[in-house]
Design a protein around this ligand. Structure first.
Ligand code: ZN
Length: 96
């Protein structure tokens, strides 16, 4: 079972980024955008700032060793819309 990053849409996180109604972060680091769940995205402002910086830097891979050969950035971003409610942080739950 894999989970999806709510910033970049990378769909192969080993743990849900957030659990328990969006209150408990995994503290995992996304290999794609590099966000550390519960640290960089501890609140909506932190999340928005990290997201803006990742986009401004060209949305490239944080961990180049894990970059898929045929990575489709736009396709991956679409998977953000399919994330289950229970995997989102609390500050994004109202928006769903
Ligand atoms: Zn990510």
């Amino acid at each position: 079972m894999f989970y999806t990053c709510h910033l970049c849409g990378y769909p192969e996180q080993n743990k849900p980024p957030w659990t328990q109604e969006g209150l408990s972060p995994s503290y995992e680091i996304c290999p794609c955008c590099g966000i550390e769940f519960g640290v960089d995205d501890i609140n909506l402002l932190g999340f928005e700032i990290y997201k803006r910086e990742w986009f401004e830097k060209g949305r490239d891979w944080f961990d180049q060793a894990k970059r898929p050969v045929n990575w489709e950035q736009e396709e991956q971003l679409k998977s953000i819309n399919k994330i289950k409610h229970e995997e989102l942080p609390f500050y994004l739950l109202d928006a769903k």
